[in-house]
Design a protein around this ligand. Structure first.
Ligand SMILES: Cc1cc2nc3c(=O)[nH]c(=O)nc-3n(C[C@H](O)[C@H](O)[C@H](O)COP(=O)(O)O)c2cc1C
Length: 183
């Protein structure tokens, strides 16, 4: 039974990317599971804090979840045509200490998706993740793309996915990724 960990890169209460991840958890292929982890509570990276206090508890918990999973699904917003700082900061903590990178990220199948109110559906942010995923030694999945543009018309006020075309696309995307993870 493939177990996927999903992380949204937004702290916003009404986040489209968190909503996309929640929709994904309802559309996972039978026999698979999506565990959603939050980056809420991860402080700004500071090497002095790391030396004095070690890795923040939330980051340690997410690392453990990833180690126990078969794959990782990132739901990324796009800020200024790149990765939002809060999301990159969280992944930077997850990559500490560097001696754990292999256990946490090494060979881990990773899929990226994203949602934006704009017209390009986070394509540049998704591209910006690629060197990070390469550096961490992951195995990115390139078998599908999930870029949600005009997000305010895709989700209703309570953050539920209301667009049937996107729902089908998301289901296909998840089938492809889980198939890749399980193969
Ligand atoms: C600093 C900043 C920069 C942004 N830059 C982009 C951008 O380059 N491309 C884009 O599509 N949206 C951009 N946006 C809009 C975000 O896509 C929008 O705020 C979105 O709702 C964030 O994701 P969330 O709903 O998951 O929080 C930007 C927003 C902020 C706050």
């Amino acid at each position: 039974m493939p177990k996927i960990v999903g992380i949204s890169g937004s702290l916003r209460r009404g986040s489209f990317n968190a909503a996309l991840l929640r929709a994904a958890s309802e559309l996972m292929p039978p026999g698979s599971e999506l565990k959603i982890e939050t980056i809420e509570g991860i402080p700004l990276y500071n090497a002095d804090v790391e030396s004095a206090e070690g890795i923040p508890q939330r980051a340690t918990e997410i690392k453990k979840s990833i180690i126990e999973s078969d794959g990782l699904l990132l739901s990324t917003p796009e800020y200024n045509n790149s990765i939002p700082g809060v999301f990159k900061n969280a992944v930077d903590w997850l990559s500490r200490p560097s001696s754990d990178i292999k256990a946490v990220f090494g060979g881990k199948p990773v899929a990226i998706m994203g949602a934006s109110p704009g017209g390009f559906g986070t394509v540049l942010s998704q591209n910006a993740w690629l060197p990070v995923l390469r550096t961490l030694g992951t195995t990115p999945w390139f078998g599908g793309r999930m870029m949600v543009s005009r997000a305010e018309s895709v989700f209703d006020e309570s953050g539920r996915l209301k667009d049937e075309t996107i729902r089908k696309q998301l289901q296909q995307f998840l089938n492809g990724f889980v198939g890749f993870v399980g193969s």
